[in-house]
Write a protein that binds this ligand. Sequence first.
Ligand SMILES: C[S@@+](CC[C@H](N)C(=O)[O-])C[C@H]1O[C@@H](n2cnc3c(N)ncnc32)[C@H](O)[C@@H]1O
Length: 427
Amino acid sequence: MSAPSVHGVSPSGLATLRIDRLGHRGDGIADTPEGPVFVPLALPGEWVEVERQGERARLVSVIEPSPERIDPFCRHVGVCGGCAFQHWQAEPYRAWKRGLVVEALARVGIDTEVAALVDAHGEGRRRATFHARGTGGSAPKGRDTLAVGFAGWRSHAVVAIDTCPILAPSLDGALPAAWALAQALAPVAKPLDIQVTASETGLDVDVRGSGPLKPRSVAALAELAGAHKLARLTRHGELVLQREPPLLTMGRARVPLPPGSFLQATAAGEATLAALVGEATAGAKSIADLFSGVGTFALRLAERARVAAYESSAPAIEALGRAVRGTSGLKPVTGEARDLFRRPLLPLELKAFDAVVFDPPRQGAEAQSAQLAASKVPLVVGVSCDPVTFARDAALLVKGGYRLERVTPVDQFRYSSHVELVGVFRR
Ligand SMILES: C[S@@+](CC[C@H](N)C(=O)[O-])C[C@H]1O[C@@H](n2cnc3c(N)ncnc32)[C@H](O)[C@@H]1O
């Protein structure tokens, strides 16, 4: 079919749009006379037929595909909201992701070396949060009173799945376990969130939204935990049962995972970020690891330097302490549970370190960056999962006299619009 030359509405009531660009969340955007229209799963240059709801639209068909369009490998694409980019060739996708970092820095006036995107999908995601809801239908055969899977595109509807090809083999068994849990807990009024983490001792599962458990449910769950080889089951972080303590190796240490604690999404992502942090801080003898989590960086850095770890989660700091005590030959490590948004480390405290690593949540580390900017620490390494808040914080550091030497974007969330990065600042 030849491409239409103007945006329009077909006799079926569907709109025809030309996609002009991609938004930062990965939606195709058509710039129409009435303003931008966002079309998930569409690529720049494509003519598409869509069902419009105001400025949002659902892709119905691609009239003229981009030469960069490829067939997705998962049959749930288009319904499941989990993957935004299985339909795009690798090279333009990778260039777009790197571009998100370049653009965010350019917007705050920082021009620095941005390396090529490092692929860190590895074997796939080692953690997933599934949702479960009672349903009138639409679930795989034999499970038609429940839907267990991921949220649909920009919706709260649960798309029932029984396979997800982007999960790591270590999460094999996670979906059957989630289905079995949902069947046992039978969500009616409220949906359940079932977070499954692949630990080295088995699946670690945290369930939210079930309400208090009756003794009958606990007995059913205990049976199910055995059948599905769960290491531990918690509800809102409270222990329901444990067959094995969930453990993960970080550097030379084995870390007992607190329920639901932060974890880099892929093993390859963790290894890549830790290697970049390690390279950047080589030679430093005393390092502060801010927003340390359970010690992803601290435990590796402590193989050659003294480390002080700060993090708001007390269970994470406790887990780090236990990992340190169980590992011989590490340099001294201290840990403090501290809210670094409200009580950032001050220049006087920062004097003790010849390098500082910070890896905040998506909101960034504005208060801490302002204190770092006023400090004399010679080397600061920023790790981030949000180029925009990183750029804001980087601008504070640059204003305080640091130079952003280089940034390395890391693709841990392949097929999504998320990108991680490591930036190295020196004064
Ligand atoms: C992106 S994670 C990084 C964790 C760790 N560096 C890692 O790689 O596993 C951000 C961490 O910041 C912690 N956090 C969130 N808000 C915080 C705050 N206000 N003060 C200190 N830590 C905070 C979270 O608990 C989480 O562990």
